[in-house]
Design a protein around this ligand. Structure first.
Ligand code: SF4
Length: 326
C-alpha cells in the first residue's frame, strides 16, 4: 500500500474508533497527491454512509431581506460598498413567506432557512421575523432555520422559544485571511455570535466560502476552526465571482481542491451535515454528484441569496440517480 493511501486508511480507522485526528493528520490528508484523491473521497464517503446513512439533507433558502448591507465582505453582492446592481427589497409579509415555505415543503425540503442581509437585525425587524417564524410553525410545519447576522443573547433565546432548530453564521474564511475579506467586523465577532446561539440551545450551522484567493494552508486553518466548534452542520460555498465586487476576477479553484475540502471536513466531523451551498451548480460541472459521494451529505436547492439554482425536482432526481435518498 502506498504511503498516502496508508495515511488515509489510518485516519479513517481513527474516525471509526472515535479517535481525534491530529493537526498533522489533517495537513497530510489535505496534501493527498492527486493520484490518491479518489481514495480520499472514497474513504470520506464510507465515513458519511457509516455515520449518516444514505440520506441527503435538502434545504431551501428564502432571502427575506435583500439589502444594501453595511458590511464590506468582498465576495458579497449585497454589500453597500460595491456597485453590483442587485435589486433590493424589505421584509415581506408573514403570509407571503408562508406560501414559499409551503412550496419548499411540497418540493421535498426538510428545512427552510430565513436569511437576511444585514449586520444585525434591528429590534423592529427582529419582531417581524419572529412573526414570520410563528406563522410558518402554525401553518406549514417545516423545520425553520435562520441566518440573521449578529444576535444578542435575548434574540437567540427568543428564536429558541420559537422552535428554530439551527442558526447559521459563517466564519467565511480562515482567521489569517479574514481581514483581507472584511474590515467592518472581526473574526471574533463571528465566533461570539456562534457562542451566543449555542448558549441559547440552538444547533449551529457554520462554514465559509472557498476560492477567495486563500491558500490550501488557509483552507486547512478554516477546516480546523470549523471542526473545533463541532457544528451540527457545515455549509461550504464556492465563490461565484460577482461583477462589481473586488473578487469579480478571482481565478476559480480547481475541483480537486474543492473535493479535498469536503472530504477532510468529513473526517473531522463524521456526524455533521456537510452541505454544498452557493456555487454548486456553477462551479462543479456535475451539480455536486461527486461531492455527495466524497463527504458531503446536504445541498441547498432552488436558488441562493442572489442567484438562481436548480429546481428541487432536478436536484432530487440527481440524488436518486446516484443511489442516495432525498
Ligand atoms: S456577507 Fe452578510 S454581512 Fe457580509 S456584506 Fe454580505 S450580507 Fe452583509
Amino acid at each position: 500500500m502506498d504511503f498516502a493511501l496508508k495515511h488515509i486508511k489510518e485516519c479513517q480507522e481513527k474516525v471509526f474508533s472515535g479517535i481525534g485526528l491530529s493537526v498533522q493528520d489533517v495537513e497530510k490528508l489535505f496534501d493527498t497527491p492527486d493520484e490518491n484523491l479518489q481514495d480520499l473521497a472514497k474513504a470520506a464517503n464510507e465515513i458519511t454512509r457509516d455515520f449518516n446513512g444514505n440520506k441527503v439533507d435538502v434545504e431551501e433558502l428564502n432571502n427575506i431581506k435583500k439589502n444594501a448591507c453595511s458590511e464590506d465582505c468582498s465576495f458579497c453582492g449585497q454589500s453597500a460598498f460595491f456597485d453590483t446592481g442587485i435589486d433590493t427589497y424589505q421584509l415581506p409579509s408573514p403570509q407571503e413567506v408562508v406560501v414559499k415555505a409551503q412550496n419548499a415543503k411540497n418540493d421535498g425540503a426538510e428545512s427552510y432557512c430565513l436569511v437576511a442581509a444585514w449586520r444585525a437585525p434591528s429590534q423592529r425587524d427582529f419582531e417581524k421575523v419572529c412573526e414570520i417564524i410563528s406563522l410558518i410553525n402554525e401553518k406549514v410545519g417545516i423545520s425553520v432555520e435562520c441566518s440573521l447576522g449578529f444576535l444578542t443573547p435575548d434574540q437567540a433565546k427568543r428564536l429558541k422559544e420559537l422552535k428554530v432548530k439551527r442558526y447559521n453564521h459563517n466564519l467565511e474564511t480562515a482567521r489569517s485571511k479574514f481581514a483581507e475579506i472584511c474590515t467592518t467586523h472581526t473574526y471574533n465577532d463571528r465566533l461570539e455570535t456562534l457562542r451566543i446561539a449555542r448558549d441559547a440551545g440552538l444547533e449551529l450551522c457554520t462554514g465559509g466560502i472557498i476560492g477567495l484567493g486563500e491558500t490550501r494552508k488557509q483552507r486547512v486553518e478554516l477546516t480546523l476552526e470549523l471542526a473545533s466548534i463541532f457544528p451540527e452542520e457545515v455549509t461550504i460555498n464556492i465563490l461565484v465571482p460577482i461583477p462589481g465586487t473586488p473578487l469579480e476576477l478571482q481565478t476559480p479553484l480547481p475541483n480537486s481542491e474543492i473535493t479535498r475540502m469536503f472530504s477532510v471536513i468529513r473526517f473531522l466531523l463524521p456526524e455533521s451535515v456537510i452541505k454544498i451551498s452557493g456555487g454548486r451548480e456553477t462551479s462543479l460541472g456535475d451539480d455536486g454528484e461527486e461531492l455527495l459521494q466524497s463527504g458531503a451529505n446536504g445541498i441547498i436547492t432552488s436558488g441562493y441569496l442572489t442567484m438562481n439554482g436548480n429546481s428541487a425536482e432536478k436536484d432530487i432526481r440527481m440524488i436518486k440517480k446516484i443511489g442516495l435518498e432525498a
